[in-house]
Design a binder for this molecule. Structure first.
Ligand code: PGA
Length: 263
């Protein structure tokens, strides 16, 4: 079984925490997880745009890396309501989440738009965390692999093998995400991760594809986190609701990291 150098574990706080609430969360999370060390783990948090300045001020980048939930694909221009990569970099952001299921399905972003964002992030040396995943009806129709292939091929069009080394992919089946979501079984998640690795291998070659971290997200909780992280091709976890209280998140990390070390 191939294993990446570092366990990747992170959360996106969606539209839930104000700057003050983010500060409280990050302070606690940093304190609780500092003793775990970072030799073989990267912990990242993706807060709201308006919390980024505060977040960057109070976090130690050696302990918690910061990401943004979205990004416009131009450096500047007549794009009211958008945030450019230059604006993100000003706030110590290293990662940008692209194509989260809510962006695709609530705000109707297309694969072409995600592709422009991926290319823009890479141009600016931001790490793109591209989210992919099929809807419930697509899974029921046996189309999961077809959907994943399309999201990867279109979303990563024009990315060179060299640039692909900085990519991260989150597999987040739409039916598994959020309130009412049903977590993917560990077997199903691992099967889809293997398929994603196969598509990445076709696109970028085996060595590059093997080094791209694949994170699972969608109703990860304290019960299923340990079994998910032990599966083949699952290199990290991307957690929503179960991570939004610092003590709960720290507990999950504390359970998962030793398992990862022995994987
Ligand atoms: P959830 O969210 O863990 O609350 O299902 C996952 C996500 O949207 O990334």
């Amino acid at each position: 079984m191939m294993k990446q150098d570092k366990l990747l574990i992170g959360t996106n706080t969606k539209m839930y925490k104000t700057a003050a609430q983010t500060a409280q969360f990050l302070t606690g999370l940093q304190q609780l997880t500092a003793p775990l060390g970072r030799e073989d783990m990267e912990l990242f948090v993706i807060p709201s745009y308006t919390a980024l300045e505060t977040a960057a001020r109070i976090t130690d980048p050696g302990l918690i890396r910061l990401g943004a939930q979205n990004m416009g694909w131009e450096d500047e221009g007549q794009f009211s309501g958008e945030i450019s990569p230059l604006m993100l970099k000003e706030h110590g952001v290293s990662t940008v989440m692209i194509g989260h299921s809510e962006r695709r399905h609530v705000f109707l972003e297309t694969d072409e738009m995600e592709n422009k964002k991926v290319l823009c992030a890479l141009r600016h040396k931001l790490i793109p965390l591209l989210c992919v995943g099929e809807k419930g009806e697509e899974k029921a129709a046996g189309k999961s692999e077809e959907v994943l292939r399309r999201q990867l091929e279109k979303g990563l069009e024009g990315v060179t093998a060299e640039a692909a080394a900085c990519l991260r992919i989150a597999y987040e089946p739409v039916w598994a995400i959020g309130v009412g979501g049903v977590p993917a079984s560990k077997e199903y998640a691992s099967q889809m991760h293997s398929f994603i690795r196969q598509v990445l291998t076709e696109l970028f070659g085996m060595d590059t594809a093997a080094a791209i971290p694949l994170l699972y997200g969608g109703s990860v909780n304290p019960e299923n986190a340990p079994e998910l992280i032990l599966m083949d091709n699952i290199d990290g976890l991307f957690i929503g609701r179960s991570a939004w209280q610092e003590d709960n998140f720290a507990k999950i990390i504390g359970t998962v990291l030793p398992l990862w070390r022995n994987k």
